[in-house]
Design a protein around this ligand. Structure first.
Ligand code: CA
Ligand code: CA
Length: 350
């Protein structure tokens, strides 16, 4: 017996999850019953049976089609595929990104329908491919288990050189190790300053950054990048035009700033007095304003800010007890014992 389009559709679906296999098997049984004129159907005259069978097939096909549509909605293609050129030369480097990475276990990339030997975790949401200068069709395909999505494609002209050769004349980077790490990045405009509209800081380098922080040309400077505990490592900045052609990356050499503070000057007004424990207690118990420099509030320098820090200040002020830990309440200095306290300490005392 030849396979009908519906049966072929069902056979393709047989390796789907158990619940779907059960549904396909049910449909198939009904079909076979109709096709054989099964006695339990009691369909009567043979000229009536094909009409009823046809109607049932149409209904079943519609049901399967609806389920197929529903599945497609769940298993969609990589969405909003975007190409940005991040490297130039004989082989341009193009970064492809998509907006629904959580949908896929893995993805594959294609250049002009040729598979590119990169196969990455789909949840990453981006992949960098190499392509010779010239127009290309770039594509990404998602995988979930044995299932493959349609390819999402984007036409992109790979350039041999960046259209923004000199976006800036010089870049400065300062690294503040407190507050789980923060970068302050500034620059002076270069000859091509009017060609770029946005930029990005790549923590970990161009090819496989652990994070990308974007900024707009209109953002206040210096731009701030919170490292949130990530290691500093290789950090690059690059500037892009509206078509997402980046400048060549500029590796940042970040000067580490040592935050300085007076221990106990929790409210950061330059003197240790009764207002400091009040400020501290207000935050701890009355959700008042958070301290401005965690290390300054950590009076006993044990890496935790709690009521005992307020007590150290009070004991020092009113009972001649030992002063807060180094650098002490009077000297403006750095924290001699690195700790994981968050909060922003400026690089200089007030
Ligand atoms: Ca103070
Ligand atoms: Ca403490």
């Amino acid at each position: 017996m030849g396979s009908s389009p519906l049966e072929m559709l069902m056979s393709r679906r047989l390796h789907r999850p158990r619940a779907e296999r059960g549904l396909a098997a049910l449909f198939k049984n009904i079909l076979m019953t109709i096709g054989s004129g099964g006695s339990n159907m009691q369909l009567g005259a043979s000229r009536v049976r094909p009409a009823i069978a046809g109607a049932v097939i149409i209904i079943l096909a519609a049901a399967v089609s609806a389920q197929e549509t529903g599945f497609s909605e769940v298993f969609e293609s990589p969405r909003d595929l975007t190409a940005c050129q991040i490297g130039y030369g004989a082989e341009g480097r193009v970064r492809l990104t998509w907006s629904n990475p959580e949908r896929f276990d893995a993805v594959a990339a294609f250049i002009d329908a040729e598979h590119v030997p990169v196969h990455i975790d789909g949840a990453w949401g981006r992949v960098v491919v190499g392509a010779a200068p010239g127009p290309h069709e770039l594509a990404v395909q998602g995988f979930v288990g044995d299932w493959t999505s349609e390819r999402a494609t984007v036409d992109f002209e790979v350039l041999e050189t960046s259209p923004i050769p000199e976006p800036v004349a010089g870049v400065t980077c300062e690294y503040i190790p407190s507050s789980a790490g923060r970068l302050l990045i500034d620059w002076t405009d270069g000859p091509d300053a009017d060609k770029w509209t946005f930029g990005e800081v790549r923590i970990g380098g161009s090819e496989n950054p652990v994070d990308i922080v974007t900024f707009s040309k209109d953002d206040p400077r210096p731009i701030q990048v919170d490292l949130e505990g990530r290691p500093l490592g290789l950090v690059e900045i690059a500037f892009a035009d509206a078509l997402c052609y980046f400048s060549d990356p500029i590796e940042l050499e970040c000067v580490q700033l040592q935050p300085t503070f007076r221990r106990g000057d929790c409210n950061r007004n330059g003197i240790v007095n009764i207002t400091d424990p009040i400020f501290l207690v207000n935050h701890l118990f009355k959700t008042g304003r958070r301290w401005l420099c965690d290390d300054a509030c950590d009076s006993d320098d044990n890496g935790v800010i709690d009521l005992s820090d307020a007590m150290v200040i009070l004991e020092y002020l009113f009972r001649s007890a030992a002063p807060p830990a180094a650098p002490g309440p009077d000297a403006c200095g750095v924290d001699p014992t690195p700790d994981a306290l968050g909060g922003f300490c400026a690089d200089i005392c007030p």
